[in-house]
Each structure stands twice: as structure tokens, then as C-alpha cells.
Design a protein. Sequence first.
Length: 179
Amino acid sequence: MKKTRKIVIISLLCSISVVLDIIKEFIPFLNLPSGGSINISLIPIMVASFTLGVKEGILCSFISYLISFALGLNNIFLSVPQYTLDYLIPVICVGGCSIFYKNKNIKEMELGIFVSMFLRTTSIVISGAYYWLSSTSIAGSLESFVGSIAYNVPYAFITMIVLMISVPIIVKVANKYLV
């Protein structure tokens, strides 16, 4: 694929991701209090990774994140470790979802989605257990991990289901027209 075409596709998918991130803010059932959400903006990032490759997926994810950050989304900063666990590691995990996608089959795609969402959620749960505590929790305690799991896993699971349904369909169509 020519470089110019790749740049245009990455730009297009980054734009779609940012627009979905903004739209998500106005759809009440996609958002939970304190920042959790069913994140539909991950769809174009995963499409980029599965159609263009791991490096391009991570690049698309990082660019989308930077644009969203510049627009005032995704910018709750308590400390460098919290920020890394809440934003930077998840961005890399989602963008790299096509790491298992060698034979280009749906099982590898679903494995990539599952693993990337598992790693993303694990990072966010750790952040929640250490940085987003209830007033009675101690950082890193079993109680804080249970609370973080109870808060983060449901919306991460729903996001993963949405991704497992939508991404393979979109990638199949995108491979016909984009690549």
C-alpha cells in the first residue's frame, strides 16, 4: 500500500474515533459516573490495526488520543503512574490488538480484541485500586481491587462485546475498499 494512502486512511480512522469519542459524551447510557464508559471510539482504532497493521494501529490510537486530549477529553491527571495506567497503556493495548492476526482469520481477530481489552482493563483496574479509592479504602488493598473490578469490568466487558461484533464486520468491508 502506498504511503500516502496509508496516511489518508489513518487520518480518516483517527477522525472517526475522535468524533465517536465526542458523540459518546452526549449519549447517557454509554457513560458511567466518574469517567467509565462503553467506548465506541475504539472501533476505528481496531479497524486501523486489523487493516493496516500493529504499528499503524498504535499510531492511530495514539494520534486519536492526543486529539481527544487536546479537545479536553481524557485528561484527568493525578500523577504520572495514574495517567500511564489510565490512558497511555490502554492506548497501546488497543492499537496493538492485531498482534495475533497473522493468518487473517476471525478467531485471531477475536483473540486480539479479547487480549487487548483484557490488558486495557487490567491497567485501568490497577489504576482504580491505587488512585481512585473510596474514602474508606487503602491503596492496593483487596477492598480497593474489588471496588475497582466491580466498577470497571462491566463497562469494559460490554465494550468488548460491541467490538467483537462490530470490528470483524467493518474490517471485512474495509479490506475490500481501503486496502
